[in-house]
Design a protein around this ligand. Structure first.
Ligand SMILES: [Zn+2]
Length: 322
């Protein structure tokens, strides 16, 4: 299959995954305005590495993933499969079919998280609380400094979008982990599937770190990627028992699995000094604590586009993952 065909498939699959979310009756029912519309597209002509959500009418939002981001994540997937030994640790690296499945999994997992993160900006009211903001780019946002939105605020809104995306991503994982792990591992277990999921997601935040390092001047509109990873882990742990269909683990085993995976990733793979890791974790916890206060002080609850206090992520979503 030539490259243009592969890309066409990827774009098509992303679109159908997004449509499963955006068209779900369960989700549509919780919108305050029944006429609300959210659309999704992959911009196959825009080769910048970015994703965006834009408000295009009083209750219309468009989510766009730019083709450059798909390409960059595809490349990141290729690299990490061969360079990160703790990811898919018993995957036969000489088996091209399995490598292909693993690669495809990473790409959809990461793009799904980014899609959910963009969507969360709309769900949480981030495009409605301040009339100066109608477009929200990731990596990093050119708009905020120009419109005098303080980094203190934008970083906490980004953190909130990550927390919602974490819950959606984990709910999606509950629907495919069993089938996927059988295809990837000779000894498939729930623990292995979950550990690979956690490490794969930490590798997405590592990708954010690499993009930041490449940028000429960091704008600090987003939290540092380590804090984003911390929020991801914290919200997965917090939400775990509310999502049916996840690997069955005792509360202690689950905490240990997430904690050990994170330490191995940052200390063993990335080579961060253990004391530094601890200090960074404490700082991340402090940052996470401050998110709720900022959201409250902005009166964000008034601007949520869904009714009720919480977004229900318990529904099973079907989606293409491998
Ligand atoms: Zn964002």
């Amino acid at each position: 299959m030539d490259a243009s065909e592969v890309w066409k498939d990827v774009f098509q699959n992303l679109k159908s995954n997004a449509d499963v979310y955006l068209g779900s009756d369960k989700i549509r029912q919780v919108y305050k305005n029944p006429g609300l519309s959210i659309s999704f597209s992959v911009d196959d002509l825009d080769h910048r590495i970015n994703a965006c959500i834009r408000k295009s009418g009083s209750s219309n939002y468009d989510i766009r993933i730019l083709a450059g981001l798909v390409g960059a994540l595809e490349q990141h997937g290729n690299e990490v499969i061969h360079s990160c030994p703790i990811l898919f640790s018993d995957l036969d690296r000489t088996d091209e079919k399995r490598i292909g499945i693993a690669h495809s999994y990473l790409l959809y997992l990461w793009l799904d998280f980014i899609f959910c993160h963009e969507w969360a900006h709309a769900l949480c009211g981030h495009l409605d609380f301040d009339s100066r903001i109608n477009e929200w780019y990731e990596f990093e946002n050119e708009e905020f400094p120009a419109k005098e939105i303080e980094n203190q605020i934008s970083q906490r809104l980004e953190a909130e979008a990550d927390s919602v995306a974490a819950k959606f991503s984990l709910a999606r994982f509950s629907t495919y982990w069993e089938g996927l792990t059988k295809e990837l591992s000779p000894n498939p277990t729930g623990k292995r599937a979950l550990r690979d999921y956690v490490i794969a997601m930490l590798l997405l935040f590592k990708f954010f770190e690499e993009l930041r390092a490449r940028a000429e001047k960091s704008k600090n509109t987003h939290p540092i990627p380590f804090n984003r990873a911390f929020i991801f882990l914290a919200f997965c742990l917090g939400e775990y028992s509310n999502i049916p269909g996840l690997p069955v683990l005792s509360s202690e085993d689950k905490d240990l699995l997430f904690g050990v995976a994170a330490v191995e990733f940052y200390v063993k793979v990335l080579g961060i000094d253990p004391t530094q890791y601890l200090i960074k974790s404490i700082e991340a916890a402090k940052f996470t604590e401050s998110v709720g206060r900022t959201i409250e002080s902005l009166g964000m609850n008034k601007y949520r586009i869904y009714a009720g206090k919480k977004i229900n992520v318990n529904g099973k979503n079907e989606g293409k993952h491998a």
